[in-house]
Design a protein around this ligand. Structure first.
Ligand code: DGJ
Length: 742
């Protein structure tokens, strides 16, 4: 049994394969968090863990049998204003202006499995597997007749618990939700490092690690997108925890809009974690008989370090979050024309690229920005989703047919949420653009944003995109989103409901995704937001893969892909080989290293491949052959971080993928700057079976897994110049194919 409910004592004990999560009902009907961590035995009650001592100088709810001082309690999901002076999970305003609630336990139910949400991405268990159970705890504020449902789904096999909250107004008056976060978790001490993944455009998800200190430390977004700057995924880890040992908690949010991840260390060294929609720029009117569902927060815990934590999350995503049609399906190797041609292309040029792609073994041709309206640079045409005829003198459909006839799939770029002022759409519907009356609008990349809260906007986009897909047999869509929202105001909403815009906008995006993925179930979506500006679980629910970053430089990608791997799977990451000098950094790296980095994700090529020399053609054809042979492993193998770019001087980076039965692994080792006359170097592999015998690359020597993992594998530096000159230079890389010896 994964969920133990003790009705007599009021204790709830959620158990995954290796974790326990416990809370109970206090005397006043509120819920107290008791424990989250390594699995412990179940008991009817945990009295000693819930003993309360009187604290001076703080308010008390009860002083009788038990001392209930809210500030000194670990509360499960609390509200501000009644003595819990920390930031809280919710705040609700009633029609007399009061912001105090008294939610008391009403009932709890346990059900098998987990249903999807109708209007938002969410975890699911389509097969109602025995390892998935949902506990719903119903709390009631009697004065308002307002119900609060706290949902906890236990995904036992992946050590994941998913939490969310639903408010239902059974009262006669509307209430205003000022804060409605997805989860609150009070941990009993503060000896943790806060590890988050932050950066910027072309520098996404670099790892930052710092010890908790008193007060609030947080990351967030107010961009109406999760953003390049901070990813919603973060961890709390014991200071000595690393990839392979020690305690770590992971938190993520199945949402793509404004978010808040915060940790508050209070006066009693309790750490309060809040995850959910950012309460700033949020508000929601809940009328009688209406309900509000928060997005879901994903929680996981590992006492064996962060590699295991990430692997558990990956398995959870593939079984319970990503569209099952694609979750375990190998992804095509693509060529994308963006860095190859930018806006400067016509059908002949594209057909030449497609022909070259086919001859190299590429499977999908993706036509990026510039094929529509009269778009020849980034100043115009967003919203005009009809063909830019002069670029296709031989016909758009005809070109796609030819590409299909070559045996390639065809993918197309859209940026559905945007509008250019220089567009037919803007002439017809200037009121569809988000803008504040009487104020200037701030352009970004010369473009503006459509009001996705409007049904007519979603209808228009659904109709025009569907038409292009249907008429041309499109197999893949890259859904881009290249700016954040400013002057947020919707003429679709009354003056006193403008704070609903941010969330309603994202619900509109989800609605369009939902309609398109339902109508075209086999259409593969790749999400994108100027690279990785919306790399989150909300997007992954509809689009199983995302463009990881606009930075295609192999050395920068080491940091970006390494950082991304903590909270996401390899099959979610688009990774492309591009030209040198690199367009973002000017760096020149060997083609082998560009391939060896891009293998660890969904491989693509993003350069004018018609310009390859014969030698390059051969090398790329070999890369593609190699990737196809091991694609299953690269996209769906267990990923191990061996040495990170954020450790030490970051000069050596190393990682590996290992298959299910540990009979096959491919490790990579990248050396940024070469050093002369260096000491002996070894790589310590991970994830192998200690008792299995292996060969490494083509060596005839046999190695036990325990030798390769503990004693390591010697890497010679003294390479003969004729052998592989790239290994003697900067930015070198090597792959190690570790196969079980038969
Ligand atoms: C930003 C994306 O990240 C790029 O890959 C490319 O699609 C451009 N937009 C096109 O405008």
């Amino acid at each position: 049994m994964a969920i133990n409910v003790n009705e007599q004592t009021g204790f709830f004990h959620l158990q995954t394969a290796n974790n326990s999560y416990i809370f109970h009902i206090l005397n006043n009907g509120e819920l107290e968090q008791v424990y989250y961590g390594k699995k412990i035995h179940d008991k009817s009650a945990f009295k000693r863990l819930t003993t309360h001592e009187y604290k001076n100088s703080t308010p008390s709810w009860e002083m009788n049998e038990d001392v209930l001082q809210p500030e000194a309690l670990k509360l499960e999901y609390s509200g501000f204003g009644k003595g819990d002076f920390r930031y809280t999970a919710y705040q609700i305003e009633s029609n007399n202006g009061s912001r105090i609630n008294e939610f008391q336990f009403k009932k709890a139910t346990v059900s098998k499995g987990k249903k999807r949400f109708s209007n938002m991405p969410a975890s699911f268990s389509d097969d109602d597997g025995n390892d998935v159970q949902t506990l719903t705890v119903v709390m009631l504020d009697k004065l308002l007749n307002l119900e609060m449902q706290l949902a906890f789904t236990v995904f036992a096999n992946q050590d994941v618990i998913v939490r969310s909250t639903k408010f239902i107004n059974h009262g006669n008056h509307s209430v205003e939700l000022n804060r409605a976060l997805s989860m609150q978790l009070d941990l009993p001490d503060d000896d943790y490092d806060f590890i988050h993944f932050s950066g910027s455009w072309a520098r996404e998800r670099h790892l930052y690690r710092s010890h908790l200190r008193p007060g609030i430390q947080s990351i967030n977004s107010l961009r109406i997108a999760s953003g390049h700057q901070h990813n919603p995924f973060f961890m709390l880890a014991r200071p000595k925890a690393d990839e392979d040992q020690g305690e770590a908690f992971g938190f993520n949010l199945i949402y793509s809009g404004n978010f808040l991840d915060s940790v508050e260390v209070d006066q009693y060294n309790t750490s309060r974690i809040l995850v959910g929609i950012n309460p700033d720029e949020f508000g929601w009117r809940l009328n009688p008989d209406e309900s509000f569902q928060t997005p879901e927060a994903v929680l996981t815990y590992s006492d064996q370090g962060m590699n295991l934590l990430s692997q558990n999350l990956s398995e959870f995503y593939s079984k319970h979050l990503v569209n099952p049609r694609f979750a375990n399906k190998t992804r095509p190797i693509l060529v994308n024309n963006w860095e190859g041609t930018y806006f400067n292309f016509d059908d002949q040029k594209l057909l030449n690229i497609a022909r070259a792609a086919k001859s190299l073994g590429i499977e999908l041709f993706v036509l990026d920005d510039g094929w529509f309206g009269h778009r020849n640079d980034d100043h115009s045409s967003l919203g005009d989703w009809f063909v830019n005829q002069p670029k296709f003198p031989g016909g758009f459909k005809n070109m796609i047919q030819k590409i299909h006839q070559m045996g390639l799939k065809f993918g197309l770029w859209f940026e559905p949420e945007m509008i250019s002022k220089d567009s037919k759409l803007f002439v017809q519907h200037p009121d569809w653009m988000i803008k504040t009356p009487g104020r200037k609008s701030t352009p970004s990349r010369f473009q503006f944003v459509l009001d996705m809260t409007k049904n007519e906007v979603i209808d228009y986009l659904f109709k025009t995109i569907s038409k292009i897909v249907q008429e041309n047999g499109i197999d893949y869509i890259k859904w881009d989103m290249n700016r954040n929202i400013t002057e947020a105001y919707s003429n679709n909403l009354p003056a006193d409901r403008q704070l609903e815009l941010a969330h309603r906008y994202i619900l509109g995006v989800y609605d369009l995704y939902n309609r398109l993925t339902t109508k075209f179930p086999d259409l593969l979506f790749e999400s994108c937001a100027s690279g990785g500006g919306r790399f989150d679980l909300g997007m992954m629910y509809y689009a199983p893969q995302a463009w990881t970053s606009d930075d295609t430089d192999a050395i920068e990608r080491l940091k970006i892909q390494y950082g991304t791997s903590y909270g996401y799977s390899l099959s979610m990451m688009g990774a492309h080989v591009s030209a040198v000098p690199n367009d973002q950094t000017g760096r020149v790296t060997p083609l082998s290293t560009r391939g060896n980095v891009a293998f660890y994700g969904n491989l693509g090529y993003e350069l004018d491949i018609t310009k390859f020399s014969e030698k390059e053609k051969q090398e790329v054809a070999d890369q593609i052959k190699f990737y196809k042979k091991y694609r299953q492993l690269f996209q769906f193998g267990k990923f191990y971080r061996i040495k990170g770019p954020f450790e030490g001087d970051g000069n050596i980076v190393s990682w590996a993928v290992v298959n299910q039965d540990k009979s096959l692994a491919i490790a990579a080792r990248y050396k940024l700057l070469n050093q002369p006359n260096w000491g002996y170097e070894r790589i310590y592999f991970k994830g192998l079976d200690p008792n299995k015998k292996y060969h490494v690359n083509d060596s005839s020597e046999i190695f036990y897994g325990d030798e390769l993992m503990n004693a390591g594998y010697f890497i010679p530096q003294m390479i003969h110049k004729n052998e592989n000159v790239e290994l003697l230079a900067d930015y070198s890389s090597r792959l190690f194919i570790i196969k079980e010896a038969k």
